[in-house]
Each structure stands twice: as structure tokens, then as C-alpha cells.
Write a protein of this length. Structure first.
Length: 218
């Protein structure tokens, strides 16, 4: 197996590792090509093979905190923040040659949902929208994730796309899924939380008003 220019970065907390750790290890181990690096950020110590770089970050953090901690361990050109409960499709880690800041593809469902959601547009103005138009799975340049880390916001992905769009970051849109987004009833994003939606919408308002500096904590 060759190596990709993409690293995998995965977060686990609570009982996710006991439920999904085995299938995550299997899907990553079977990837061809192999990722440049595999980083797992966990709230507590877990058993992993030597090819996984484990970071124990402690309990009670935002998911975005865990991801940002893991970014510090990535030195490949690209990173894939890959769900511990998700699965890779064949060719998922084929090296990227695009010149944009992110590479995205449609959400391809597994678990208790089936089918696919295609991207319908709206990225350029997503910081003005009251919903997340970027219903996609994505890989980001590691340099982009250092420049603009995730915010300490529950719907950090929506906030991040908004910040990227506002500051002119570019995206390549592909029609070919690279992973299975496995859905289950207790997934963080399975149901809408009105308080979390207000939180991200308030951030978008500050962004659109020019009150946010790219990548700097508020």
C-alpha cells in the first residue's frame, strides 16, 4: 500500500470508543492508499495499535476543542476529520491534487438513514444564511485548519464554513462520496438544537458585521 497526502483525525468521547472503535480501526486499516498519519483524540485513555497517534485531551471539552488539539499533530498537506462512527469507501484516501482550501462531497448515509444528499449551492453566502447549506463531508488543508481553527461553538462546522466563506477561502465540490456518514439516534447532529442554532446564527451576524478576525478567538 502507498501513502496518501491525507491524514485522518478522529475524535472519541463518552462511550463512542466502546461502541465504534473496532469498526473504525478496521475501516482505517483497510484503506488503500493508507493515510499519511492517523490521529485519535480521546477524552480518556483507550487501547490503540502503534499506527495510531493517541492524544488524551481530557473530559468535558467541545468537539471543536478536540479537533483543534489534534490538528497540532498533523503535518500532511490535507486532513480528514473523520467520524469514529463512520466508514471509509474504497479509494477514500486517494491523494488530492486540487489547489483549493477544502474538498467536499455529498453526504452518503448509512445506519438508520439511507440515500445521499447532494450539495445544492450557497457556500459563498453561507455566513448570511440561518441554516447550514454545507451538508457535505469534507477534507481541509492542514494549513487552513491552523489559520482558521474550529470555533468553540456546538455547530462548529456551520460556523467554520461561514468563516471560510466570509474570508474568501475556496472549495472544490466533488460528486463522488469518499465515506459513509453513519446515522444513529444519539448522534450529536441527529436532531436540531434551537439554542445551538441561535449560537451559530449570532456568530454569523458578528461575522457579517465585520466583528470577527479570521482565526482569532472572540
Amino acid at each position: 500500500m502507498g501513502l496518501s497526502n491525507i491524514s485522518i483525525l478522529t475524535v472519541t468521547y463518552g462511550d463512542y470508543w466502546s461502541r465504534y472503535g473496532e469498526s473504525w480501526l478496521e475501516t482505517v486499516a483497510e484503506a488503500d492508499p493508507q493515510p499519511a498519519k492517523v490521529v485519535l483524540v480521546s477524552d480518556v485513555p483507550v487501547d490503540v495499535p502503534q499506527w495510531v497517534t493517541l492524544i488524551v485531551a481530557g473530559e468535558g471539552l467541545y468537539v471543536s476543542d478536540y479537533v483543534n488539539i489534534g490538528v497540532g499533530e498533523i503535518d500532511s498537506e490535507w486532513l480528514f476529520s473523520f467520524g469514529v462512527d463512520d466508514l471509509l469507501l474504497p479509494g477514500a484516501l486517494e491523494s488530492l491534487t486540487v489547489d483549493t482550501d477544502a474538498y467536499v462531497w455529498p453526504l452518503f448515509y448509512g445506519g438508520n438513514m439511507k440515500g445521499q444528499i447532494d450539495y445544492l449551492g450557497g457556500y459563498d453566502e453561507c455566513y448570511l444564511l440561518r441554516y447550514n447549506t454545507m451538508r457535505v463531508y469534507a477534507m481541509h488543508r492542514t494549513s487552513l485548519m491552523r489559520e482558521i481553527p474550529y470555533r468553540r461553538i456546538h455547530y462548529h462546522d456551520d460556523a467554520h464554513w461561514a468563516e471560510m466563506a466570509y474570508f474568501g477561502k475556496t472549495v472544490t465540490f466533488s460528486d463522488t462520496p469518499r465515506a459513509v456518514w453513519v446515522r444513529h439516534d444519539d448522534a450529536l447532529s441527529f436532531t436540531n438544537n434551537p439554542d445551538w442554532q441561535r449560537e451559530v446564527n449570532d456568530f454569523k451576524d458578528r461575522l457579517a458585521a465585520g466583528l470577527v478576525i479570521a482565526g482569532l478567538p472572540e
